[in-house]
Every structure is written in structure tokens, then in C-alpha cells.
Design a binder for this molecule. Sequence first.
Ligand SMILES: [Zn+2]
Length: 200
Amino acid sequence: MDKFERVKEIVRELLELIGEDPSREGLVDTPDRVARMWLHELTSGYGVDPNDVLKYFQADKDYERHGDLIIVKDIPLRSICEHHLLPFFGYVHIAYVPNDKIVGFSKFARLVDVFSRRLQIQERLTENIADFIYRKLTPKGVMVVMEAYHTCTIVRGVKEPMYMITRSAKGTLSDEISRIEALTLMGLGKGRIFADTAYR
Ligand SMILES: [Zn+2]
């Protein structure tokens, strides 16, 4: 049996074990749908090398002289918490002070996607992204801030939407003043996701 068929089988078995009838009309196609979702969407990041998505270009001399802090805000985030296999979602904001390598907007979104389409915890995901950018672009500094709601706190446990902000800073952006400046420009801490999405 190939991997896809095995996952389908496991989902069918799970349905049985929770007291359901996998052969009833509403559930007949569920194992197929769930297997497709897990293998092709939620964990598709395992099969992608982040080096292939973060293409950069060399900054010209003019930029090198005048360039300073660059902030890319509101990159959508969707990932799966490894403790409960439930989604967490929100936004990622990336600040960096380039040396000579610059990245287009969409590349950061692709990079976030590669690391978030895996089982994660928010703290490690934030670190993964900051660390990769720091090594690949060798900027003077980088800071990644992530704000997310964890559905595992909404549907179980405390049953309240818990909002978490994590940060990873490296190089020049890890000093106090630069960090405060970048955070201010990112304009965080307003519970924006709450206003923006399902909870409106
Ligand atoms: Zn969780």
C-alpha cells in the first residue's frame, strides 16, 4: 500500500475509534480528503528546500550607500502546532538591514510558507525563519516577529483564543535601540488578527 492509501486507512480507523461510522454518506470521502490535505498541503514544506525559494539580487552601489532598514509586514502565516496537530494562524513581519543582498516581497512569503507547512511550534518557526535569512542573505541585522492565534487553545484546554507574539533578532537588530525602532515601525500589539478575521 502506498503512503496515500495508508494515511486514508488510518483516518478511516480513527473515525471508527471515535465512535463514528466511516461508511455513512457524510464520511465516505473524508479519509481521501484528509489524506490529501495532510500530505499535499499541511506538510508540503518538508519536500521543499528553502534555498530554492529565497532568491535575492545584488544591491547596486547607490543602495549600499543609502540603504537602511527594510520591513516587510503582514505576511500571512498558517501552520500546524506539533503538540495538538491543530492550526495556528496569523502574520509574520520581517525587518532587515541588508548588506548587499536584497529580496523581493513575494520571496519572503514563499520562505514563510516553506517553514510553516510543517509541524511546528511558534517559537521555533520564528527562529527558523530568522536564522535562515541571517545565514543566506548575511544582512547586518534581521528581526522576525510573529503574531498568531492557536486554535488548540480555542477548541480545547482553556477554550479561549490565546494570542502569542514571538520574536527572533540577530546582528545589529538585536541591540536595544534598533529593536525598539523596528518594533515601533511594525506597529504591533493591537490584537489586529482578532479584529481582522474570524472573530470580527
Ligand atoms: Zn497546540
